[in-house]
Design a protein around this ligand. Sequence first.
Ligand code: 5CA
Length: 437
Amino acid sequence: MRMSRHFLPVMKESPADAQIVSHKLMLRAGLIRQTAAGIYAWLPLGHRVLRKIEQIVREEQDRAGAIELLMPTMQSADLWRESGRYDAYGPEMLRIKDRHDREMLFGPTNEEMITAIFRDSARSYRDLPRTLYHIQWKFRDEVRPRFGVMRGREFLMKDAYSFDLDAEGARQSYNQMFVAYLRTFRRMGLSAIPMQADTGPIGGDLSHEFIVLAPTGESEVFYHENWEKDRSLAVDADDRAALQAFVGALTADYAATDEKRDLPREADAGDKLKQSRGIEVGHIFYFGTKYSKAMGMSVQGPDGQPVIPEMGSYGIGVSRLLGAIIEASHDDGGIIWPDAVAPYAVGLINMRADDARCAAAADDLYAKLQAAGVETLYDDRDERGGAKFATMDLIGLPWQIVIGPKGLDKGVVEVKRRATGEKVELSVEDALARVSG
Ligand code: 5CA
């Protein structure tokens, strides 16, 4: 994409109303614009990252055997009266009346709706187990929306819901999601620590939050330092015993807690215990028959007797992840996108748009990058080189390729890796190979 035709409204100054670095950088790099308190428009660059994160989440859900559907944002109050949560949910729920005075709400989560949908068609034990998910906007009327997309009122969530015949099966579904979450966050360049958690308004008695370490995070966490070492996720997600052993060992050895005294194996932990703050990017729950029972769901079991399915729900804060990734990966110059979620892989800078030779060389390389399928943002504008460098650093694309008259005299272009600042001079062919690797 040529920058001269793009819509990338970047800001030089740090916006006064943003307190944390990710929020500042998201506004400055032109990823989002606030349109009302806690509600954001996704500008082209932010939208590209949001879609990439969403796609990684989708691929890992699919790999874990979950099935995608799409439920609406608007729900009827009656649905929530079936579970008893309509009155219990409180002021975070945005309640709306339609023109016929019917009570509606903008969904903060979907346990009731998915239970009703599945209840109305699942008849026998052969219809289970199933895990269904969607990626949809949610609304929670947070008292204090803050930190940009980190705690918004409207936000994008992946929420999955599992239905099993018994508690053991439900535990297997839970463990499969647990491992899928570790994979998902790792693919985004994040290390997310599972932490035993309260179940809050979702309910149930088994729950983990996934926490990305960041000094500006809202939760305080303690964890074992070995967590930060690389852990293989090579576990067979269909082998129940192996999966249970893996999840059990992981949570016993390394799991974070919000209270020091709860850290498993505290006696061994000693000076290996680390304290930090963190951002909750995912939250999983096992709550048994809480919704299925309240909403009158049952299927015929193998022995002909009715069985009330055991359920769990599994959330990922898709839009919050942009903030979390930036908190974990930035420097004074701006964002440093991990390759997997970067809006473009390469920023191509023509230092001298007024120089016909430079423009021809840059146009040519741009065409080659496109032909090679490398997502490229081409700064072809007639601006000072310094301003172009600052913008590229700010928006944080993993690679920068700079074309200028001195390099062309020598037959080279400059390739810079954003994360390390390392610069090398390469021929056009070698530069192409480097950034497509
Ligand atoms: N129904 C369950 C699981 S599907 C549920 O709603 N869980 S939750 O409340 O923990 O939300 C899931 C994830 O959404 C959280 O881990 C968090 O990453 C994200 N999230 C929650 N509230 C907000 C918010 N106000 N702004 C941005 N992201 C949020």
